[in-house]
Design a protein around this ligand. Structure first.
Ligand SMILES: NC(=O)c1ccc[n+]([C@@H]2O[C@H](COP(=O)([O-])OP(=O)(O)OC[C@H]3O[C@@H](n4cnc5c(N)ncnc54)[C@H](O)[C@@H]3O)[C@@H](O)[C@H]2O)c1
Length: 313
């Protein structure tokens, strides 16, 4: 299959990630089928896509008259066999549960046409483990999007041991074609690239917060106004070159032995999660807000992200 042969894409799982991925491909002109376990979930996903598209029109990413056309490109069904009957690419975006994903890949392999490429949006699992469930290991790949998927540019494209170069190139080019910043990951590794880097930072952030070195507000403010401010424009390695690697090397030799190298999340963070304080989902996490306040935080976030997307990409 060539890139120009790709016409139909099915997204399995219409949650936070799946609906945004479906929106991205439908906006780019593809026929998209969205599959989930109930029609209520699918209706809610479509409503969310409509709201997202309305926001996109306000920032000029989509013309108002195109919204209905884009929505009409998204078909929904709870029947997996129907969803993948004549599909070129399937993107799996169900919950992060190895056994559920393993079973799904097994079913997809028997239901999909021979040509179909199977992709997973898992955020931590290794694609080779699902590929082994199929008789098409050369056509199985991992595409790792970031939340909100219809806005955040990067998608990591990660091959399994058996992914063919043809599958890899097609999927890489497809993501570029729909406007994503596709990143070539050469070899699969747990957490891939971005989540490993992010987790290294969070380990230190959580430790500093637990130690009471600064308040949650001040930790976020400090990061936003310093390396966070730089990072949307220049990456960490270019930042190193611009700042001077001699200095960075000396600072690292002094500081690295003094920083946390814990292999467990900190106690205070564990207690927070065990108390059910998940953040926005439950109203309380590092910060406490009412539902209205969380909604306006998300609205402000999306507005700023869209402005940044426009100016940087
Ligand atoms: N949320 C994030 O920030 C994020 C970022 C990157 C990757 N991911 C990954 O993307 C995937 C989806 O995450 P999410 O946050 O969208 O989850 P979610 O819980 O919001 O959505 C998952 C959806 O899958 C549906 N589902 C479950 N089993 C199904 C099945 N067998 N068939 C069809 N639908 C099924 C659920 O009903 C639900 O609507 C996970 O693998 C997650 O690790 C999430």
């Amino acid at each position: 299959m060539k890139l120009e042969d790709v016409r139909r894409i099915t997204v399995v799982g219409a949650g936070i990630m799946g609906r945004g991925i479906a929106q991205t491909f439908a906006t780019a002109g593809y026929d998209v089928t969205l599959n989930d376990l109930s029609s209520d979930l699918l209706d809610a996903a479509l409503n969310r896509v409509k709201t997202n598209l309305d926001t996109f029109t306000r920032y000029g990413f989509v013309q108002a008259e195109d919204v209905a056309v884009i929505l009409a490109r998204i078909r929904t069904t709870t029947d997996l066999a129907d969803a993948v009957r004549d599909v070129d690419i399937v993107i799996e975006a169900i919950a992060e549960d190895f056994e559920a994903k393993r079973q799904l890949f097994n079913r997809l392999d028997s239901l999909c046409p021979d040509r179909t490429i199977l992709a997973s949006n898992s955020s931590s699992l290794l694609i080779s483990e699902f590929a082994a469930e199929t008789k098409r290991q050369d056509r199985v790949i991992l595409t790792h999007w970031f939340n909100p998927p219809h806005i955040v540019p990067t998608v990591e494209i990660i091959p399994g041991h058996m992914t063919s170069p043809e599958t890899y190139e097609l999927v890489y080019e497809l993501h570029r074609k729909v406007g994503k910043l596709a990143i070539r990951i050469r070899k699969e590794i747990p957490g891939y690239l971005v989540n490993r880097i992010q987790m290294a930072m969070l380990r230190e952030v959580w430790w500093l917060w637990e130690q009471g070195i600064a308040s949650a507000e001040d930790i976020d403010l400090a990061v936003k106004g310093s390396f966070g401010f730089r990072l949307a424009s220049i990456g960490p390695l270019l930042t190193n070159d611009l700042g001077g690697n001699d200095t960075n090397y000396r600072v690292s030799r002094y500081l690295l032995p003094l920083m946390t190298n814990s292999t467990e999340p900190p106690e205070a963070f564990r207690r927070m999660v065990e108390a059910g304080n998940y953040g926005q989902k439950t109203g309380q996490g590092f910060f406490v807000h009412s539902t209205e306040e969380w909604n306006s935080i998300i609205e402000k976030r999306d507005k700023e992200f869209l402005e940044r997307l426009k100016s940087l990409y």
